[in-house]
Write a protein that binds this ligand. Structure first.
Ligand code: PEP
Ligand code: MN
Length: 373
């Protein structure tokens, strides 16, 4: 996917971050127009969003107005001069959205999860030039997310973007869909040419977290945000708790600190470079220490083997998991992080010793006895 069109060529692009905002659902013509006009008045939003086909978890809830809402969005677009985007989940949705002149499409989290659905959408878009955004699947499966973009790419689409909206989780959580940032950052390193947006609304599920999550995304160098905004959020027909008023949206956007990838100031960048080269040296030292540690682990493995000792020794394991986090605490580090690192180191050590045991297995006196019968 080398020839992806850069975000700078997307509709109404005026700079980073690219902001998409609008109600979760189009409900009535007045609600769409009032909300969209108020959002546009801030001059901080590039694209207006609204769902017209709503994928609801259970039947019996409001499932969207459907095609009849598209002229309302078109009117909002004409009045504000801003492009519009809607979610599509079937070939019929694609055909209908294109017929009404929708500018950008998005594939929802419940569709990304299903390759048949994504393929159907991709086929319906063959030969069409339109930007398409793909939300992450509801389950944290990076390959499914990448695969959905590949299907669209194979259909000839070149204006593609991804939207990180968090992942389903069991039980009570702080966020409705915990973000699992690392997975999205892995996405970014696999597909660096695909613009990556963040949807704090569906991630948070609560409006109180929209600002902090958006700032976190900008700190991580995301290219844009998709935020749900409604003229009277508490009365919204879907996702009431996570929507903000257009005024609140404006305040959030105003407060956000936009991070740049590099600083134009030469003095600042040389300071950053110096800090980075010290980090490089420390990382190198850490890796050298790790390599030295693993050589000792191998020696211990040989010793255990020749003395017929078990690889896993519970007392030693307990000692490691008590002392290391304690050392971390003394140095002002989070104990939990050091615990995680040592779990991995311990697992690797066990693997190394298992390999040591396997080598020249006949030298193991027990096995030898068996072999002799
Ligand atoms: C939406 O953006 O309206 C939506 C349904 O989101 P998601 O697919 O992320 O649940
Ligand atoms: Mn929603």
């Amino acid at each position: 996917m080398q020839d992806i069109v850069p975000l700078t060529s997307w509709p109404a692009y005026t700079g980073l971050p690219y902001i998409i905002a609008g109600p979760c659902s189009a409900e009535t013509e007045e609600q769409v127009l009032e909300t969209c006009l108020a959002i546009a008045a801030s001059h901080k939003v590039s694209v207006l969003r609204a769902g017209v086909w709503k994928p609801r978890t259970r039947p019996g809830h409001f499932e969207g107005i459907g095609e009849a809402a598209l002229p309302w969005l078109k009117k909002a677009s004409q009045l504000t001069g801003l492009p519009i985007t809607v979610e599509v989940a079937t070939a019929k949705h694609v055909e209908t959205a294109l017929k009404h002149g929708v500018d950008i499409l998005w594939v929802g989290a419940r569709s990304t999860v299903n390759p048949f659905t994504v393929q159907e959408i991709a086929e319906a878009l063959r030969g069409v030039t339109i930007p398409v955004m793909v939300k992450n699947p509801i389950n944290p499966d990076l390959a499914l997310w990448v695969g959905a973009l590949e299907r669209l790419y194979k259909s000839g689409l070149r204006q593609l973007a991804a939207i990180h909206r968090g992942f389903s989780a069991l039980g009570e959580q702080k966020y409705r869909n915990p973000p699992q940032w690392q997975l999205a950052l892995n996405f970014k390193s696999q597909l660096p040419q695909i613009p990556l947006f963040f949807d704090p609304s569906h991630t948070a599920g609560k409006r109180a977290f929209i600002y902090s999550l958006s700032q976190k995304a900008l700190n991580l160098n995301y290219d844009g945000l998709m935020i749900e905004s409604h003229r009277s959020p508490d009365e919204a027909w879907s996702d009431a708790a996570q929507q903000v008023t257009p005024r609140e949206l404006q305040n959030i956007l105003q407060k956000l600190c936009i991070r740049q990838e590099s600083t134009p100031d030469r003095e600042d960048s040389s300071y950053l470079e110096e800090l980075r080269s010290r980090i490089d040296a420390l990382d190198r030292e850490m890796i050298e220490s790790l390599a030295m540690r693993m050589r000792l682990v191998e020696d211990i493995g040989l010793f255990k083997k020749s003395h017929n000792l078990a690889i896993f020794q519970r007392e030693r394991w307990t000692e490691i998991f008590q002392t290391r986090p304690q050392w971390a605490k003394e140095l002002g580090l989070e104990q939990e992080i050091v615990q995680k690192i040592f779990l991995l180191i311990h697992e690797t050590s066990i693997n190394i010793q298992t390999e040591t045991f396997k080598k020249n297995d006949t030298s193991n006196p027990l096995l030898q006895k068996k072999a002799e019968g």
